[in-house]
Design a protein. Structure first.
Length: 138
């Protein structure tokens, strides 16, 4: 009988059973390795904890020294990289400026020539005007 849900299944397929049978031993093995690791860690901690307490007056300053040295080394590297990047930016800016400078110089030279021509023409006109007024005044 099919019912409202369609045909009823008889049970899990063979591929699902095979997958479960494959995964169970692998999962069990990994769980056993995790347990062995936990036990080893706890044994190591119980053996070394008294040693850490005995040698802490030496270990704590040594750890701080190593930490500060590593921090200083990383900070100097970061600052050196920042300086190098800044110099690289300045060099590229100067290179770009010198690449566009001849165009700017030619344009400025043309404007100066035009202005010099205009000033020369205007000076000539003013000089002629002054001469004309000087002749009229006589």
């Amino acid at each position: 009988m099919h019912g409202l849900r369609g045909p009823q299944q008889q049970g899990p397929s063979a591929s699902k059973v095979l997958a479960v049978l494959t995964v169970l031993p692998v999962g069990g093995g990994l769980l056993a390795l995790a347990g062995i690791t936990l036990v080893g860690t706890l044994i190591g901690l119980t053996v070394t904890a008294p040693l850490f307490i005995l040698f802490s007056p030496v270990l704590v300053p040594a750890a701080l020294l190593i930490g500060f040295a590593a921090t200083s080394f990383l900070a100097s590297g970061a600052l050196g990289l920042t300086g190098f990047r800044s110099l690289s930016w300045v060099a590229s800016y100067v290179q770009e400026a010198t690449r566009t400078m001849p165009e700017s110089l030619d344009q400025a030279k043309r404007r100066m020539q035009d202005m010099a021509g205009y000033v020369g023409q205007r000076t000539k006109e003013v000089g002629q005007e002054i001469q004309r007024k000087a002749h009229e005044g006589k």
